[in-house]
Write a protein that binds this ligand. Structure first.
Ligand SMILES: NC(=O)c1ccc[n+]([C@@H]2O[C@H](COP(=O)([O-])OP(=O)(O)OC[C@H]3O[C@@H](n4cnc5c(N)ncnc54)[C@H](OP(=O)(O)O)[C@@H]3O)[C@@H](O)[C@H]2O)c1
Length: 298
């Protein structure tokens, strides 16, 4: 059973794996604001499944905290590449957890896809996972691996990330800029979350000594349709084609390889009780678009 507890601050030298992705890039950018020295390793610099390479990196860097952002995150791709997904999302965290044991705190990132998302209320940390996709099963295997090794760890589930790199908001804005009519799913609900806000919350959670399982996402909730409308409307204020049309469609009208959780709203009560305040997703979207316009990772 997961122990959710509060320990002491672990230290100021962080190793970030999967550092070329959205969250990794955001973390590297905001870490100095928290007095943290964050050292990033992208997939080409460190394959988290390679135990020897991980051991050499630990020997070289001696991190206090390891933030694992490495993952295969394309959910439809995972459905068609189950073994590769399990290798990176399931085995990778085990390799890192073993390397961290007795040496470093492992902060591992997971997802709302571990849940079926069929209850119409926010899902708290103690809810029973029931993944409906290969991606969700591989991420759940990663969580279980971290717990089994039983070193000092914090597993953070998050959702619907947008940040530096390919993401839904960027896709919508590119399509809108080309004047395409957009058909966007309106019957899946979640919490759109800026990776910059999540990075700050992770640093805060570590400083507060959070351990065990923690849900972190921006406040508020939305459908993909709501998020697309907001992305286009923010874009219009910033010079994007105002005539673009966004139309709502049902999930059943957009066949995909992987099943999506329809109501995947992570419960944020534990984060609030710890004193971690996440901004509302609309405010976060605006901050993200400002950062993008200014050419900043965040
Ligand atoms: N994106 C979301 O909406 C979302 C939602 C909930 C949870 N999460 C979780 O949040 C974390 C960060 O997500 P993100 O959006 O930042 O993902 P991302 O942008 O896809 O970044 C993941 C990074 O991991 C790298 N990677 C893949 N295999 C690796 C390996 N064997 N060793 C080292 N690095 C490897 C990827 O490289 P390549 O690009 O070259 O493969 C990519 O740079 C992940 O654990 C993800 O499951 C994401």
């Amino acid at each position: 059973m997961e122990r959710s507890s509060v320990g002491g601050r672990r230290g100021t030298r962080w190793l970030v794996t999967g550092a070329g992705g959205q969250l990794g890039r955001s973390l590297l950018r905001v870490a100095p604001e928290f007095g943290i020295e964050a050292i990033g390793r992208s997939d080409t610099e460190l394959d988290v499944v390679d135990g020897d390479a991980v051991a050499r990196t630990f020997e070289e860097l001696r991190p206090d905290v390891v933030l694992n952002c490495a993952a295969f995150t394309q959910v439809d791709w995972c459905e068609d590449h189950v073994d590769e997904a399990m290798r990176v999302n399931g085995t990778g965290p085990r390799v890192l957890a073993r390397a961290c044991a007795n040496h470093a705190l492992l902060v591992h990132i997971s997802t709302e896809y571990v849940f079926a998302g069929e209850t119409h209320r926010p899902i708290d940390e103690s809810a029973k996972p029931a993944p409906r996709s290969a991606y969700g099963r591989s991420k759940l295997a990663g969580e279980e691996a971290v717990r089994e090794v039983d070193g000092e760890h914090l597993i953070v589930r998050t959702q619907w990330l947008f940040g530096p790199g390919p993401n839904f908001v960027r896709t919508i804005r590119s399509a809108a800029a080309r004047g395409q009519t957009l058909h966007v799913v309106e019957d899946q609900v979640g919490r759109p979350t800026w990776s910059g806000a999540l990075a700050r919350a992770l640093l805060q959670a570590e400083a507060l000594g959070a351990r065990g399982m923690l849900h972190l996402a921006c406040e508020g909730m939305a459908s993909w349709y709501d998020l697309a409308l907001a992305a286009v409307s923010e874009g219009t204020q910033r010079g994007l084609n105002p005539s673009v049309e966004v139309r709502p469609v049902a999930t059943s009208e957009v066949p995909r390889s992987a099943m999506r959780p329809p109501y995947a709203v992570l419960g944020l009560e534990r984060a609030r009780q710890l004193g971690i305040e996440m901004s509302h997703w609309r405010k976060a979207l605006s901050a993200y678009l400002t950062a993008e316009a200014e050419g900043r990772d965040a």
